[in-house]
Design a protein around this ligand. Structure first.
Ligand code: AMP
Length: 455
């Protein structure tokens, strides 16, 4: 670094592009969402794990396709090792399973919530450090595991009040069958997926042109387009695909798996408005081998909320022996943005529920006693720490932070053996006996937010 550059970074407190600080208010909303997700994940039996942010580059290399490779943070550490910042939570999981195979009970269900890094061009809903919330099941080929991933997403998104989410479903082997049906050699199949994936963006004519540009013949392009535009109930659409691609073993395998997946979704009682078969869905990552999912919302236009799929070959890249796996990833930043934009959740602006004001040196000890009593009673309480103790300033402090209750214990209150509680939102005051303080504070808090009553 040059002297000037060093001087500049030490003067300006800015963060790197695509990376962000979070203020307490933003963190409280993020934590609320993460807590709700965890509760849903655990209700389905997924267990928490963690892995390091840094991995040997070799662990990450060659797993994400050309695009992913370019976006990976990759450097030498102090010992001259080639290392990379994790790009998602799936490849680290595959490494983790290979490393701890003998300590795990299979089928192994885990969730993992944490930051990942991609050197993308930042824009709305696209950052360089962002959190993923993953659920995966390792060690079974059963489509029930895939159905559970879809259902756990629907329930997790419902738990944060996101309406109108639809999980799109397709199958990688169906895409492969389409490519071979179009007469495209296997090594060029990716170009077909990419073209098909743009159907919504560039329309059927755009896709046709792109396919022709890649050497697909006119009738084959028409055949592919006719198939990927099929819409409707999964049952009849899959029956139609079965007919049109009859004789292609890959396509038949994919159709049978999807039929099973949709049957399980029915048995699990998943709301059919929340999922749809979309034969044009490709998904970017290279490691998928079976069903693939993407969660999308119509409003706001934020891209996908989550991506998922089966990856039966990935763990084998570390172990030399395939272990089937399926799972997916909800993007926390996008979920937060939807929740904020549509005002779907109310998170408090501060953790503090009550501020104990300080009147003078004489009552100082009483204030400390009160705050400890509240804390012991499960109330998040602060005593004012500022050095200038005029009451107006203390109330202002509570008001600016959004603390709901302010407690006063001045000479009057001391003499009468009471405490005054002021509800800042309404200005209403209550004089309560010292002995009833904690229960009264809890009653007032519960009346404001019924959820806090159980704490
Ligand atoms: P992927 O691992 O690419 O399948 O992405 C899974 C989910 O992570 C996406 O559906 C997004 O919600 C989220 N995501 C992916 N890339 C970014 C990014 N650069 N910034 C924020 N969220 C992202």
């Amino acid at each position: 670094m040059t002297r000037e550059a060093r001087a500049e970074t030490s003067r300006s407190p800015q963060v790197l592009r695509g990376m962000r600080d979070f203020l307490p208010q933003q963190m409280l909303l993020r934590q609320e969402i993460v807590d709700r997700f965890k509760a849903v994940f655990e209700r389905f039996g997924f267990e928490p794990i963690d892995t390091p942010l840094l991995e040997y580059y070799e662990v990450l290399a060659g797993k994400y396709g050309e695009e992913g490779e370019k976006l990976m943070y990759h450097f030498q550490d102090h010992g001259g090792r080639e290392v990379g910042l994790r790009y998602d939570l799936t490849v680290p999981l595959a490494r983790f399973v290979a490393a701890h195979r003998h300590e795990l009970t299979f089928p192994f269900k885990r969730y993992h919530i944490g930051p990942v890094f991609r050197a993308e061009r930042p824009q709305r809903g696209r950052y360089r450090q962002f959190w993923q919330c993953d659920v995966d099941t390792v060690g079974t080929r059963s489509m029930l595991a895939d159905a559970e991933v879809l259902l756990v997403w629907i329930e997790a998104l419902a738990s944060v009040n996101i309406p109108n989410v639809v999980v799109q479903v397709n199958h990688r082997k169906l895409l492969q069958a389409l490519a071979s049906h179009a007469g495209v050699p296997a090594e060029q199949a990716l170009t077909v997926y990419r073209a098909i994936d743009k159907l919504e963006k560039i329309g059927p004519e755009g896709v046709r042109e792109e396919l022709l540009r890649h050497g697909v013949s006119e009738p084959a392009a028409q055949g592919v387009l006719g198939l990927v535009q099929l819409r409707g109930e999964p049952g009849p659409v899959l029956a139609e695909v079965r007919q049109r691609l009859a004789g292609d073993p890959q396509a038949m395998e994919a159709v049978a798996e999807l039929e099973e997946l949709f049957r399980y979704l029915g048995l699990l009682g998943a709301d059919p408005r929340r999922y749809a078969l979309n034969l044009a869905l490709a998904r970017g990552l290279d490691y998928y081998t079976g069903p693939v999912f993407e969660a999308v919302v119509e409003e706001p236009a934020i891209g996908s909320l989550g991506g998922a799929g089966r990856y039966d070959g990935l763990i084998g890249m570390f172990l030399g022996e395939d272990i089937p796996a399926t799972g997916g990833s909800l993007g926390l930043e996008r979920v937060v943005e939807v929740v904020q934009e549509l005002q779907l959740l109310h998170a408090p602006s501060t953790v503090t529920q009550a501020l104990v004001t300080v009147f003078d040196d004489e009552s100082w000890g009483v204030a400390l006693g009160l705050v400890q009593e509240l804390r012991a009673g499960g109330v998040a309480a602060e005593v004012y720490l500022g050095e200038r103790r005029d009451l107006r300033r203390q109330v202002q402090y509570a008001d600016r932070k959004g603390v709901p209750l302010v407690l006063f214990c001045g000479p009057d209150e001391l003499a009468a053996g009471v405490v005054t509680i002021r509800e800042l939102a309404s200005g209403e005051q209550h004089r309560v006996a010292r002995a009833d303080l904690v229960s009264e504070v809890r009653r007032l808090l519960a009346a404001r937010d019924p959820r806090s009553a159980s704490t």
